[in-house]
Design a protein around this ligand. Structure first.
Ligand code: NAP
Length: 313
């Protein structure tokens, strides 16, 4: 059987933790680091499991049939495999979707229940009760209705929020309004109290949320970005936060990570900064998903649903 290469750009402790867990879950396979594979052996490697690989590291393995990403977002890998026959498979792990849905719920509550304002009031020793809005009165809209979007929408719906989503292709979702196209997006935004971004970063979604679209939100709307920083034009967002059109933004992802210490976003009172933690990959569940994918490939020659490289997701 061919060897599997594990290419990981993370720091060495994380890399060895991943390797241990992958080896435990993926039995009957030999998983090697690139430096353990000779140039002639490299030609025989058909599967790469990767996390933040350098393109040159992938180029050493010219006969890869598929690349399994350890992450759900694969925008950097897409450009590395464009025009190559190799298939790119992103991580689709129900545990990851559950974690993201929990984060969406937590930070929706944070905005809905005025936690930002109460924290400020405490600093000023101010005793003031703010209006309470019930879930059923709040319109929460999710951009993207994929693996993570659907998980988030399902949890929100269960709690009686008014929920809508926007996607490229039509969805039939019980009690959840689905909008399509630019006109659909405008309509959805105009009715949104809390907007949650779960769109992948692609050429089409890069800076999609700029001045024009964000201005379609009603004055005082709030925003949560949990997918990729560059889906939002941060200059436009900062202006809309400054003039009060958007009341608050919870940002977990940024165009350049980590934020530099001098970045004004850190101290903006209308932004809550999170360090890319809304849905970390669970190493154990991810390794189990990948083990299943590899078994299915070895036994049935089936490669899991691959990324559409032209679409970018
Ligand atoms: P996914 O299953 O590929 O779903 C993407 C959704 O976006 C789909 O519903 C798709 O529409 C929609 N979409 C894409 N391009 C569109 C466009 N141009 N117009 C309208 N809709 C569009 O992705 P996922 O697994 O839900 O993950 C979403 C993103 O979350 C990832 O790409 C990653 O960047 C991010 N992420 C962040 C973290 C974190 O910790 N912050 C963790 C994991 C993932 P269709 O359904 O019609 O195709």
């Amino acid at each position: 059987m061919n060897n599997i290469v594990f290419i990981c750009g993370s720091e060495s402790a994380t890399k060895s933790q991943w390797l241990t867990i992958l080896k435990k879950e993926i039995v009957n396979e030999t998983i090697l680091l690139p430096e353990q594979i000779s140039e002639s052996q490299a030609k025989q490697v058909d599967i790469a499991i990767v996390a933040n690989p350098e393109p040159k590291d992938l180029a050493r393995f010219p006969n890869l049939v598929w690349i399994q990403s350890l992450w759900a977002g694969v925008e950097k890998l897409v450009s590395a495999v464009t025009d190559k026959p190799v298939k790119l498979v992103r991580l689709e792990d129900p545990q990851l979707a559950k974690t993201m849905a929990e984060s969406v719920l937590a930070w929706t509550f944070y905005l809905q229940r005025n936690m930002v304002e109460y924290a400020k009031q405490q600093t000023n020793k101010q005793w003031r009760q703010l209006p309470s809005i019930s879930c059923s009165e709040l319109q929460v809209s999710v951009l993207g209705a994929g693996a993570l979007g659907i998980a988030a929408l399902t949890v929100l719906k269960k709690l009686d929020y008014q929920v809508s989503c926007w996607s490229r292709t039509a969805k039939q979702l019980d009690g959840i309004k689905n909008y399509l196209g630019t006109a659909g997006l405008h309509t959805m935004l105009s009715k949104t109290d809390i907007l949650i971004n779960l769109l992948p970063l692609t050429p089409e979604t890069h800076h999609l949320l700029g001045k024009d679209l964000l201005s379609k939100l009603p004055r005082g709307a709030k925003l949560i970005n949990f997918s990729r920083g560059a889906v939002i034009d941060s200059k436009a967002l900062l202006n809309l936060l400054e003039n009060g059109h958007i009341a608050h933004a919870v940002l977990d992802v940024f165009e350049h990570e980590p934020l530099t210490p001098t970045n004004a976003i850190w101290t903006n009172p209308n932004i809550t900064v999170l360090p890319h933690i809304s849905a970390p990959t669970n190493m154990h569940s991810a390794a189990k998903v990948i083990a299943k994918n590899i078994t299915n490939y070895r036994e049935n020659n089936v490669i899991p649903g691959a990324v559409n490289v032209k679409q970018g997701y």
